[in-house]
Design a protein around this ligand. Structure first.
Ligand code: PBG
Length: 326
């Protein structure tokens, strides 16, 4: 039987498959999110995220050291605060002696070469559990920007290399760029959470930080999962306002959005493989319903193939181990 085109010819051996492989993961693609908590010599596992812990600063530094040894050099830091430290205005978020900024300084002091990406959003510090100032049940946009600006400057002073506004207020990228520049932090980059959807997949993260909204949901600021063209508007704004990276979040249910932004923008595209995406694979794997390691590798590869060159993932360490073995 004559067939001129036989795609299977390029799949016939491991060496040939390797040669024609279009997308490859590397440990340098990953940003590992880390959770910090108060105390000394404590770590507590997040119930809905097996294998992921909140660490006190001392143990967090050990974790960073271990990751650096494996080639993972970029970290996105999030704080778990006791309820008593939270208020309406997220005051603790820009307290230089607070847990978060102390942690940033500690990491940069001990490991000056790692990249620390800080989180700009009020929710971990907000008694309302929202990403903005709440008044009469509404999230106020412009007054929230002032808090975000204070956070940005405080984080830059603490040594942040990249700030990551994850709040979805309008105009925050431009506002943050302006206050950073006014304070001479021209070199601090902004990774904009550009297309951040109102997603059910954030559940385990909110367990990790005890940061679930106290009322309502986040649909007046996070995007509707039904919309893709709106992501182009968000991207256009973030680009114009000075973002250095455009992020899509979550990742797997939004591969089309990753592709859309990577086709239309020349900035590096990041994707956040969020807590729920991690939890799904871990749960199924613990039940013996799928091979967790293979599902992890395939998911991360798909995210990169869709167009993300930077991947925030709780799998960073596990995937690094696998890549280093290969
Ligand atoms: C909010 C924020 C969220 C995540 C990080 N920062 C989502 C939310 O709670 O609305 C989610 C990350 C994850 O699920 O892994 N500022």
């Amino acid at each position: 039987m004559i067939q001129i085109r036989r795609p299977r010819r390029s799949r016939q051996s491991a060496a040939i498959r390797d040669m024609v492989q279009e997308t490859r993961l590397s440990v340098t693609d990953f940003i590992l999110p880390l959770f910090v908590m108060e105390g000394q010599n404590v770590r507590s596992e997040v119930k809905s995220m097996p294998g992921i812990h909140r660490f006190s600063i001392d143990l967090l530094l050990q974790e960073v050291e271990e990751c650096v040894g494996m080639g993972v050099k970029t970290f996105a830091l999030f704080p778990n605060l006791p309820e008593a430290k939270k208020d309406k205005y997220a005051t603790e978020s820009h307290n230089p002696e607070g847990l978060y900024l102390k942690t940033v300084r500690a990491i940069k002091e001990r490991f000056p070469d790692v990249v620390v990406m800080t989180d700009i959003a009020m929710d971990p510090y907000s008694s309302d559990g929202h990403d903005g100032i709440v008044e009469n049940g509404k999230i106020l946009n412009d007054p929230t920007l002032e808090v975000l600006g204070k956070m940005a400057v405080a984080q830059a002073q603490a040594g942040a290399d990249i700030v990551g506004p994850s709040d979805m207020m309008d105009g925050r990228i431009g506002y943050i760029r302006q206050v950073l520049d006014e304070n001479e932090f021209h070199d601090v980059a902004i990774m904009a959470y550009t297309a951040k959807y109102a997603s059910a997949f954030y559940g385990p993260f909110r367990d990790a930080l005890d940061s679930a909204p106290k009322f309502g949901d986040k649909k007046t600021y996070q995007m509707n999962p039904a919309n893709s063209r709106e992501a182009l508007i968000e991207a256009q704004l973030d680009f114009a306002e000075g973002a250095d990276f455009l992020m899509v979040k979550p990742a797997l249910p939004y591969l089309d959005i990753i592709k859309l932004l990577s086709d239309n923008y020349k900035l590096p595209i990041a994707a956040y493989n969020v807590s729920g995406e991690y939890a799904m694979i871990k749960a199924a794997s613990q039940l013996g319903w799928l091979d967790g390691q293979k599902a992890m590798a395939e998911s991360l590869l798909s995210i990169k193939r869709a167009g993300a060159s930077v991947i925030l993932t709780y799998f960073a360490k596990e995937m690094a181990t696998l890549l280093n073995e290969r």
